[in-house]
Design a protein around this ligand. Structure first.
Ligand SMILES: NC(=O)C1=CN([C@@H]2O[C@H](COP(=O)(O)OP(=O)(O)OC[C@H]3O[C@@H](n4cnc5c(N)ncnc54)[C@H](O)[C@@H]3O)[C@@H](O)[C@H]2O)C=CC1
Ligand SMILES: O=C(O)CCC(=O)C(=O)O
Length: 467
């Protein structure tokens, strides 16, 4: 287990001053941590803003043009926020990540074990997107770094892009438009179809697949779907038992699965061969899901009448003229194909989605940094306690992320034992467990010892004491 840098500053800087207090209506944590109904309804209390360090010492690095809404929330906390429009190459990322407590990324930045090993101060990662395949989630958890994402704020945007592509492919709109841009009038109906009455096959019937299902039926399409789990159908959609059944039955096949070892090249030469002649393929999931040379082949042979790709195995770090063979060896082949829509990973790129994602992920980061709450984390157990209040001035919140091995709780409670444990919650996820306890009557002079005693336990991954 790598040794992490310590979260806690010297006792001299451990001030008990609560410089910002909020009442229930203005606290950034109020809606999240309001007392449960078992506490007798909503009591108007002043929640205490907890501090692991002075908030202005928290360094945040935001990459990939994270939306302004997210930046504003983080800056309002007083954190130091550095914002960059593009992602960084690995060497530059390693240089920068050494210094920061929080990093915000989108789908491009790869937070591998090699990068995270250098991130000695990092406590939390915010993926301002749905996919988290770009982060080594296991390594992060084993090293006490929580990861948050936005599980559905851009689902609708992706579904709407796909709907537009279904019609655009059926009518060859992009080719006609490109021709006319070049001055050529080409009025044809050959190979152009209505979508009404056609069958849409959805692979991966999650948040995006569901939205798409409803929209497609509203246009008069029949919907079939394939998923590795049994799921309730929307409307009159029908789940099929195998991918082969879906490929054989659909006029349009659209992919909405996560990037996993099992989904790599999910659609290759064999699967393309199973599709109906003259059908269409759409991929707005991840570039690894389709074997692109096999797709080029299927299109050249006329097996497919068209395709739309939004995602690619290698994507550029930022905007510019990068869609060439230097990045992906088959880029020129793709560019030469007819009725092939190529978009630069914009499925989730709408004002609505990006602004909602900015708020959702930034809020989760603030809750985690300031209060230790892991609700919504994708790699840690979900743990939360109601907020400490201003009526509890000598309370501290202990967060102990540890290896999930027998006997830890006994040892932790021995350390906490001289104090009153007001509330405590612990949960585990695989090899990692997360304990949160609010303890009372802690003198300022005791905080550092408390922290040190927990750090000295052999099961420790990371200790934070918020006060
Ligand atoms: N192009 C873009 O801008 C965007 C792309 N995405 C991608 O779309 C993916 C799907 O997003 P959501 O619908 O929100 O995810 P989700 O998690 O709600 O749904 C994914 C579904 O795929 C199923 N699945 C997993 N492995 C499968 C397999 N081997 N075969 C068939 N089904 C399988 C799951 O059971 C689940 O129902 C994301 O993981 C992300 O990679 C997401 C948002 C934007
Ligand atoms: O907007 C982005 O950068 C990524 C969108 C995406 O692929 C996701 O949300 O998983």
């Amino acid at each position: 287990m790598a040794t992490q840098a310590r979260d806690i500053p010297s006792i001299d800087t451990l001030s008990r001053t609560v410089s910002n207090s909020f009442d229930l209506s203005s606290s950034p944590t109020a809606t999240f941590n309001s007392p449960p109904s078992s506490f007798g309804g909503l009591r108007r209390v002043s929640t205490k803003q907890l501090k692991p360090f002075a908030t202005q010492d928290i360094k945040v690095l935001l990459l990939e043009n994270v939306n302004q809404t997210g930046q504003a929330i983080l800056r309002a906390q007083g954190y130091q926020v550095e914002f960059l429009k593009a992602s960084l190459p690995e060497d530059k990322l390693i240089e920068k990540i050494r210094d920061v407590h929080v990093i915000g990324i989108r789908s491009k930045t790869k937070l591998t074990a090699r990068v995270l090993r250098e991130a000695k101060n990092l406590i939390v990662i915010g993926c301002f997107c749905i996919g988290t395949n770009q982060v080594d989630l296991k390594y992060a958890a084993q090293n006490g770094i929580a990861v948050f994402n936005s599980p559905f704020s851009n689902s609708r945007s992706v579904a709407e892009l796909v709907i537009s592509e279904i019609i655009a492919l059926a009518r060859q709109i992009c080719d006609r438009s490109m021709e006319l841009h070049k001055g050529t009038w080409n009025k044809v109906s050959n190979g152009c179809w209505e979508v009404r009455g056609k069958t849409l096959g959805i692979v991966g019937y999650g948040h995006i697949g569901n939205q798409l299902s409803v929209l497609a039926e509203a246009m008069g399409m029949s919907v079939i779907y394939y998923d590795v789990v049994n799921l309730m159908s929307m409307g009159t959609a029908r789940q099929v038992q195998t991918l082969g059944d879906l490929l054989k039955g659909a006029d349009f096949v659209t992919l909405h699965v996560p990037e996993l070892p099992e989904t790599e090249n999910l659609i290759g030469a064999t699967e393309l061969e199973q599709m109906k002649t003259g059908s269409y393929l759409i991929n707005a999931s991840r570039g690894s899901v389709v074997d692109i040379p096999a797709l080029v082949n299927a299109m050249r042979k006329g097996k497919l009448a068209g395709a739309a790709l939004d995602v690619y195995p290698n994507e550029p770090a930022g905007n510019g003229d990068y869609f060439t063979n230097d990045l992906n060896s088959w880029a020129e082949d793709l560019r030469s194909l007819k009725n092939l829509i190529l978009t630069p990973h914009i499925g989730g790129s709408t004002e609505e989605a990006q602004s909602a994602i900015g708020v959702e992920v930034a809020d989760a980061l603030v809750r985690y940094v300031n209060e230790g709450a892991t609700l919504g984390a994708v790699n840690m157990p979900e743990v939360n306690l109601r907020s400490l209040t201003m009526d509890e001035p000598n309370h501290v919140r202990v967060i102990y992320i540890h290896r999930n091995v027998p006997g830890v709780l006994r040892k932790v409670n021995e350390v906490l034992g001289d104090h009153n444990v007001d509330k405590q919650m612990t949960d585990s996820r695989g090899e990692v467990a997360y304990l949160m306890a609010d303890i009372s009557n802690v003198a300022e002079s005791e905080i550092k010892d408390l922290w040190q005693n927990l750090e000295d336990l052999s099961s420790r991954i990371r200790t934070r004491v918020l006060y």
